[in-house]
Design a protein around this ligand. Structure first.
Ligand SMILES: Nc1ncnc2c1ncn2[C@@H]1O[C@H](COP(=O)(O)OP(=O)(O)OP(=O)(O)O)[C@@H](O)[C@H]1O
Ligand SMILES: [Mg+2]
Length: 524
């Protein structure tokens, strides 16, 4: 980026003096942008305009006193260097100049023009240093803030994860005994209101622990290089459904590719969280604009402005007061009624974005809407073969994805297995299904080469998913590609079930769309 020119403001009501100084300074500082002021009106305009880097002013002006003008300039920017250039040089003027906050004092005569140039040069150096220091301090504060926030979240995440884990075990016991009670005491009890209420409460508690787990689960991110515009476009397509009709959603994609290293489903989650917040802030409806673009931000102290991949999410909602903005990334901070918000949306988003080495910025005003910016480091260019970013990703027509490919579905839960099979058949895949590893092997015996993909649960009685794949490998034949599904987060389970963390993995619960996407990715 081209550095902006250095600006000097010359205040003098004698046109000859103005010319003299301007010509001389222009020779000494070729990049200088000079603004001349010779009356009060001009001064007011200059004060409202772009800030100068240094001011040279006459002392006795027809329309004002140079020191008064200095005071007004310093009201606006206390660090602005001001040089008094005056024909009336005496000790009294010098003393007044010093107490009046003037940086230097130069006698107005052709002989002193060189000294004026020196003084301007010195003032500019000083001002640059001050500006640089202020910027560095600002960035340091920013960094400290982000770091403290991330630390708070990490501690809380570990704590929440521990609680969720123990809580889940307790819930399993409660649920198990409820079932036993139902059987022992018979239908009358089972269909009673109290029994149903308990059941419902256990369900919500399970939902809450799932959220806690999601919140604490940061170590299992699966990073890949993806295009920010593409992921956003895909998410936007389903947003309309999530947000309802009163919000109209717009998306503008960047012209250039925006490769980022991130976990795609987490990124989708961030977008959905931001969009849902926007909808909640627009109870009477409004516009939601998502844009992807390159934003420049300083990463290191100094003037360097690094490009970031940016997703901005702007709404026309109620906005926020500075006091609310101050707290929105705090876990469990919510202004919503109990039951309508947990206050984890933004803190989870913040955690994810920080973990990617990015940052989450917000701009908001009561009544003036809100804009969030997700800034992610630009990754190396996408590997060839990836869809052009910004290009509309056209969903393929239903029914033709799976043409002639065969998937073996192994899942011990019948209802889920049937649902998966139905979804995949609709897309044109050939489906074989089994409720256990043993049944799968039996099925495969006559059919070995016809399988393109093994889609299997991880934890099953008798033979686990990874063990099933191991069996297929041991048989010496080319094993099919495999995609594992599980209700756990992946980490702990991988350790206990022998699942290779590099294996394609799909976390339950998943939507049919996610299932199809993962299958296509795995099949390549
Ligand atoms: N776009 C927005 N406009 C106005 N206020 C917002 C916006 N986004 C967030 N907020 C404020 O920030 C608070 C925290 O948001 P966050 O997403 O973390 O939690 P929540 O939406 O209240 O609950 P959850 O997302 O867990 O269901 C909100 O309660 C709301 O006050
Ligand atoms: Mg929210």
């Amino acid at each position: 980026m081209k550095p902006r020119p250095t600006r000097i403001l010359l205040i003098d009501d004698d046109p000859d003096d103005l010319d003299l100084v301007r010509i001389h300074l222009a020779r000494e500082f070729p990049d200088l942008e000079v603004r001349q002021v010779d009356d009060l009106e001009g001064f007011e305009r200059a004060l409202a305009g772009p800030p100068p880097d240094v001011v040279v002013t006459d002392y006795h002006l027809g329309f004002a006193d140079g020191l008064d003008l200095t005071r007004r300039l310093h009201d606006k920017d206390p660090d602005l260097p001001v040089i008094l250039f005056t024909g009336t040089g005496n000790e009294e003027v010098a003393a007044r100049a010093v107490t009046g906050g003037v940086d230097d004092y130069v006698i107005k005569s052709p002989r002193h023009l060189a000294r004026l140039a020196n003084s301007v040069g010195r003032s500019l150096d000083l001002a640059n240093e001050k500006r640089w220091r202020r910027e560095a301090e600002h960035q340091l504060d920013d960094f400290r803030h982000q770091f403290a926030q991330a630390q708070k979240l990490e501690a809380l995440g570990a704590f929440a994860g521990g609680i969720a884990h123990d809580f889940n075990n307790l819930l399993t016991i409660v649920r198990g005994h409820l079932e036993i009670l139902g059987v022992e005491l018979g239908e009358r009890v089972k269909s009673s209101d109290s029994f149903r209420e308990i059941d419902r409460a256990v369900e919500s508690a399970a939902g809450l622990t799932r959220q806690l787990l999601a919140f604490s689960r940061r170590q299992h991110l699966k990073n890949e290089t993806l295009d920010l515009s593409e992921t956003t476009a895909r998410t936007v397509r389903m947003l309309a459904r999530v947000l309802g009709e009163s919000v109209s959603v717009h998306f503008e994609a960047a012209d250039e590719p925006l490769p980022v290293d991130a976990d795609e489903s987490q990124l989708e989650q961030v977008i959905v969280n931001l969009a849902k917040n926007a909808r909640d802030a627009m109870p009477a409806g409004g516009d939601l604009l998502l844009r992807t673009l390159v934003e420049r931000r300083a990463t290191t102290a100094g003037d360097s402005r690094e490009p970031w991949a940016c997703l901005s999410v702007a709404d026309t909602g109620v906005g926020m007061t500075p006091e609310v903005v101050e707290r929105i990334f705090d876990p469990f901070f919510s202004t919503k009624k109990p039951g309508e918000g947990t206050g984890l949306g933004l803190s989870t988003a913040f955690g994810f974005v920080s973990q990617c080495g990015g940052r989450l910025e917000v701009e908001s005003e009561p009544g003036g809407g809100t804009t969030f910016r997700v800034l992610l480091p630009l990754a190396d260019p996408m590997p060839a073969g990836v869809t052009e970013p910004g290009a509309e990703v056209v969903p393929r027509e239903a029914g033709n994805r799976g043409s002639k490919r065969t998937i073996l579905v192994v899942e011990d839960q019948r209802a889920l297995r049937d649902l998966i099979a139905r979804t995949l058949r609709k897309e044109g895949y050939e489906i074989l299904s089994a409720d256990s590893g043993a049944e799968a092997l039996a099925l495969l015996d006559g059919n070995r080469n016809g399988i393109d993909l093994l889609l299997t649960d991880v934890v099953m009685p008798e033979m686990s998913g990874p063990q099933l794949l191991e069996h297929l490998r041991r048989d010496g034949q080319q094993p099919p590609k495999a995609l594992f599904m599980s209700g756990y987060s992946g980490g702990a389970e991988a350790r206990y079930s022998g699942l290779d963390p590099e294996m394609p993995f799909l976390a339950k619960p998943f939507t049919p769309a996610e299932l199809l996407r993962r299958i296509e990715e795995t099949l390549g």
